[in-house]
Design a binder for this molecule. Sequence first.
Ligand SMILES: NC(=O)C1=CN([C@@H]2O[C@H](COP(=O)(O)OP(=O)(O)OC[C@H]3O[C@@H](n4cnc5c(N)ncnc54)[C@H](O)[C@@H]3O)[C@@H](O)[C@H]2O)C=CC1
Ligand SMILES: N[C@@H](CC=O)C(=O)O
Length: 833
Amino acid sequence: MSSTPFQVMKFGGSSVGSPPRLRQVIELIGRHAKQGPLAVVVSAMGDTTDWLIEAAGLATQGDLEGSLAVVERIAHLAKTNAAALEPARTTALAERVESLLAPLRLLLQGISLTRECSAPSRDRVLSFGELVSATLLAELLTASGTEATFRDARQLLVTDDRFGAARVDVARTRERLQASVAGWRASVPVLPGFIAATPDGRTTTLGRNGSDYTAALVAQGIGATEVTVWTDVLGLHTADPDLVSDAYPVAHLTHGEGLELAAVGVRMLHPRTMIPLIESGISLRIRNTMHPDHPGTLIDAIGSRDGQRPTCIATREELALLGIEVRKLSDQFQLGERVLAALREAGVTVWLSTQSANGQSIAVVVPRPDLLRARGAVENELTQELARHEVEPLAIREPVTLLTLVAEAMGQGVNVAGRFFSALGAVGVNVRASAQGASSRSISCVVDAADTAIAVRTTHAAFNLAHQQVSLFLLGRGTVGGQLLAQVRAQQALLKDKHGIALRVVGLADSRRVLFDAAGLPLEGLEERLARVEPVNPETRTLVPVLDELRRLPVPILVDCTAASGIEALYTEAFRRGIHVVGANKKPLALPWDDREALLAEARRHHVAYHYETTVASSLPVIDTLANLVRTGDTVRLITASLSGSVGFICNELMAGVPLSVSVRTAKERGFTEPDPREDLSGTDVARKALILARELGLPLSLSDVALEPFVPEDPRPGASVDTFLHGLKALDAAYADRVTRCRSAGTVLRYLARIDPSKVGTDSPVIRVGPVAIEAGQPGADLRGAESFVSFTTTRHSDFPLVVRGAGAGGAVTASGVLADILRISQALRGR
Ligand SMILES: NC(=O)C1=CN([C@@H]2O[C@H](COP(=O)(O)OP(=O)(O)OC[C@H]3O[C@@H](n4cnc5c(N)ncnc54)[C@H](O)[C@@H]3O)[C@@H](O)[C@H]2O)C=CC1
Ligand SMILES: N[C@@H](CC=O)C(=O)O
């Protein structure tokens, strides 16, 4: 006889709930049975257990007809599944199902007559789910060529008579299994999970996750080395994938980690199941029936093989926090002991308890449905002290969630608690209570239920993700915003894989519509999706509630690709919420000096970044260069610049003989102008840019200080639409053609330049001048092409040869790339925090 140890495989209800899944299970068992001895444990098919509970309930109400109709549903599922796999034996298998369910029908009849369903009767009713599935699975396996035999777990697993959650007599169970296993090698044993029997043969059930427990007990009893739980996920994930889209299956865990996770409520594991496995050194694998080649999660004595130790985040929801505090300090009180004993006595599970060092207060976390019972038990225990006002009235907080980080040797890691709490604090999650397990494998805290998702996502990112998550709320989906979305879409994978930055667009707004999803908006078709949102009145809408959601996400950034006036109020709200801002919009920086200073001070006060590199010459590194000059102690003596990509382009077109009206229209079409090109042609846009630069030098100037000569005279119809304005430009074509002719004959080029001369501070001459000039060939800026800009810095150190920054100064794609670079600067600066 072979001495190869057994493997135990357990299949849950969903794995055997439908013909395709059942077929996969039969194939899997067939394949593994060829490799070595195998024992199979199976749950009831699909929702059968719920249906049995329903049938028992109806029978108890005297509704036999309804109850038998539910049995019909159960029979139908079993027959359909069996017939789909063995069509040739449809009738025989249907008869088999009928004969298996006949005693159930009789039992329900009895219950309906007495209108009483005792705990033993209920266990008996529930047992039919597993009995049917195990019997059918054994028959279907044999028919498929894998010799299998139904083994009644009630003859093997011995329990006490606590019906509903019976306690197993491990020693007697082991004895029976050892005696029985000798005959198991020739034919795969198929055992019903979840059910067992008292020593006198009355059917019992094992409670929650009972089938996993059966598998662990069987493995222990027959000396198996591994239990595989086949389910519908790829393994135990680092966090609940419904809450965290980045959660991933963990390859290896130690038994200790598994037990810890089971203890804090991870649905897939139960402490009862872990104990026989740990005692007997049996590995537990969690695998997906639909992906049988995926290794899933292996839980054993060794744990991680590759040094990777991901932190699993477990949540237990629907809890209540009870705070009990003594008014007067006394070492006689033994508050903690009494409260815990009272709760134990009342049968209330305590998920977490923390006591103050002096024993004056205790906080306990209990299941929410047990809150009344828990409260009653504690108040009863402390009746006299409460009456004498020695104890504060109980403080109750509900619903709350218990969030636990589990990782081997966590206690030896540096600053684990600090990282945990600061990650939660950074997104505004209040920790209501906390505890670090003595095992050094876990640390737990209690948060409000409303904070569950954000708390899990944040801690998961802080502990498990190699990449930095960045959450973008984009305002504006026009020339720049639209290009930015396209660039994020194109760069997303590369940024994550190569640079460790995971950009997620969580919000998008235009002037009248907003879309927001904290989990991230799919970028494909996003603008079309926004266009379908019901528009609202821009005058009355507020984006502050969106900021309240944004602030709770990792590295939140408000990205302003609008030309909106008054948007600084939103920036201020963002800064106050710890949200960074990246803006292409010049208007907030051209506010009166005191307002602009107040805005920047607000960002500094809240330790957030405000980057606006693209406000001066699109993606050209102008502001950064200037800041570096100033930071390194250089003195800027003069800045001369062609700061308008659109007006520069128009000048070049005019010099090439294109009429003014046509060149302005082309500049707009190419995305060089402001949404309203009058902003460019009036010189206001250049004046704002020059002002932004002058202020970077610390000069407290305002727009009214700029000596401005427009490129095109003021529109006589300022309220007219952009189209009307563009149309009206035709009237100026001849005058501009004349001007160009004069330039040509003088050998000069038409340009629109800005000049910032700090030496004029304190004199009658303007520090900033903006206006059209005719410059000679060979002079800086004369040879600009298309929408090129240039900025020339003459400084103490760059005196003979000014430092020149030159390149494309306008356009959606280049500007968007500058905005993206600002976003990446923030995320890089925050890495690891
Ligand atoms: N086009 C370029 O080459 C450059 C543009 N910029 C700046 O970028 C900003 C955007 O320019 P474009 O994309 O060309 O403009 P655009 O007119 O093409 O797009 C503006 C977008 O902002 C939206 N919007 C307006 N008010 C809003 C509000 N209060 N909230 C949310 N969305 C709002 C509009 O619905 C539109 O989607 C402007 O401030 C411009 O000065 C900066 C550097 C270069
Ligand atoms: N309209 C602007 C765009 C960049 O700020 C320009 O023409 O330069």
